[in-house]
Write a protein that binds this ligand. Structure first.
Ligand code: ZN
Length: 283
């Protein structure tokens, strides 16, 4: 499932192909994904210029010249395929239509962007740009972790007297937006904090210290995504997924990477999700 860095990588891949360009035609091949598409979606997209492509948490937001914003969520398995890009970055010919191509944007430039999603947990919606932040999916989100809205005192206040494990607190999108299972595991490793530790029982200095760690972990992943963008273009023009090397995530039974630690990475289930951590150096 794509997390914030993967979504940001997709956004950066799409931006040069979409921004400033008119959607000449939009094909909407089914009535819904996770939820029904908005009424007349194809008509409302056709002929609109994409003014800006931005991101909020795991949502890509395309501001259109009509005053509406297209919200895109990749869900579990959503992928964006770019073909026929005249800028020469995605030089692939337009592929034959595939089974799960649900929405296709034909850009005026000749580029084509195909949203393919076999499991259909993705979503698209159209909202008024002026009031987009009040959309039900966006209004509930906490601060963006890479923005100035997110800082030490916010996390300290949110963790105060909180009786849930720190793992669940960091996954709570109302506290900080966009963190998912993988990067929470990585953050807690770097912070030397056990995922099982109760949020309210961690010293405030250690809670505050997690803020720059969260930023660094996400920024490094975005940077890794940026360098893998080049490979996507060369491969098949597909955006969405890439393999990182993680310190703890997916490394059950392997030795801890921290020097002078002889711990073995362990997996525990927390709220139905796997947490990976080193029981020896994460306390
Ligand atoms: Zn360790």
């Amino acid at each position: 499932m794509p997390e914030l860095p993967e979504v940001e990588t997709v956004r950066r891949g799409l931006a040069p192909v979409m921004e400033g360009t008119v959607i000449e035609q939009a094909d909407v091949n089914r009535p819904d994904l996770r939820w029904p598409f908005p009424e007349n979606m194809a008509e409302r997209l056709t002929g609109q210029r994409v003014e800006r492509l931005r991101r909020r948490s795991k949502y890509i937001l395309a501001d259109l010249s009509s005053g509406e914003t297209l919200l895109i969520h990749l869900g579990m398995s959503g992928r964006m395929l770019i073909s026929g890009d005249p800028l020469g970055q995605f030089t692939h010919d337009h592929p034959a239509a595939q089974k799960h191509d649900h929405v296709v944007f034909h850009m005026e430039s000749g580029a084509r962007i195909t949203f393919n999603d076999p499991r259909r947990f993705g979503a698209m919606d159209l909202l008024e740009t002026a009031t987009a932040e009040q959309h039900k999916l966006l209004a509930v989100l906490g601060p963006e972790p890479l923005s100035n809205d997110f800082h030490e005192s916010i996390l300290i206040e949110a963790f105060k007297d909180r009786n849930t494990p720190v793992k669940s607190a960091l996954l709570d999108q109302r506290i900080v937006a966009g963190l998912g299972n993988i990067y929470v595991c990585e953050v807690l490793f770097r912070a030397n904090i056990s995922p099982k530790r109760k949020a309210g029982q961690i010293a405030t200095a250690r809670v505050g210290a997690m803020v720059p760690i969260i930023r660094t972990v996400l920024e490094e992943a975005i940077e890794a995504g940026g360098s893998s963008l080049k490979d996507f273009r060369q491969a098949d023009g597909e955006l969405g997924y890439f393999q990182h090397s993680f310190d703890v995530y997916g490394r059950e039974g392997e030795p801890c990477r921290r020097e002078a630690c002889s711990g073995i990475i362990t997996r525990v289930a927390q709220s139905g999700r796997s947490s990976f951590y080193c029981p020896k150096c994460q306390r």
